[in-house]
Design a protein around this ligand. Sequence first.
Ligand SMILES: [Zn+2]
Length: 95
Amino acid sequence: MKIYLIRPTGKKVPAKLPYESADHAVLATDCPECGEHEAKVQGTGKRSSQDKMAWEADAVATCCDRYVGTLRCEVSTLFGVEEDARVFSLGIKIY
Ligand SMILES: [Zn+2]
């Protein structure tokens, strides 16, 4: 799984989950809005990306509560994230 933040300028900032199933991601850089070290961001309004190969959400920095861009989470997907979600909700396992 690859996570990064897409700034409104289009610049990509790498991010990672601090631990499995964390409710926030940690940026590889300081907060772009307030400069907080190792900024944490939370995504809201999760949706599939335009190319259907990732999840995206509006990202808000927890340090200053400011909108910082779009959080994009690229998963390895066979059919696109929506189709995968449908397949997995049926309880079908793919090997
Ligand atoms: Zn901040």
